[in-house]
Unconditional design. Structure first.
Length: 133
């Protein structure tokens, strides 16, 4: 029955690790980048927290997705990936004229969030069927 907690365990670990990394970079990122790379990398330091969020959103549903794949249910990963791609594509089309690095990374973040939410919703709706008696 431990398998039933696997998805939630991976999700909790992801939130803890990436949340701490994002908090650290939010508080100290600009100073760290300036000290290590120089002042010309201030823009990069401002993009690190959204980039960490994207990495976290990639990992967030991975436990649920792994359980689905182990059971031969590949379609939730495909559906969620396609929806995430649509969010990114339409975001870039819609905001193309105003696109800057910040908006681009926020659109990518929204796309990965869409993917994560769809996977977790499908897992919660029973796409991941429990095994055993």
């Amino acid at each position: 029955q431990r398998v039933g907690y696997y998805g939630v365990s991976v999700m909790a670990a992801t939130v803890a690790v990436f949340g701490c990394a994002a908090l650290f970079m939010h508080l100290f990122g600009t100073a760290v980048f300036a000290a290590v790379l120089g002042d010309e990398y201030v823009l990069a330091s401002q993009l690190v927290v959204p980039a960490i969020a994207i990495a976290g959103l990639q990992m967030l549903p991975s436990g649920f997705l792994q359980l689905m794949v182990v059971r031969g249910q590949y379609w939730p990963g495909l559906v969620s990936g396609v929806l995430g791609c649509l969010v990114m594509t339409f975001g870039f089309i819609f905001y193309g004229a105003q696109l800057d690095p910040f908006l681009a990374i926020y659109i990518a973040c929204a796309a990965w969030a869409c993917r994560a939410i769809v996977i977790m919703l499908l897992a919660g709706l029973g796409a991941v069927k429990p095994t055993g008696p």
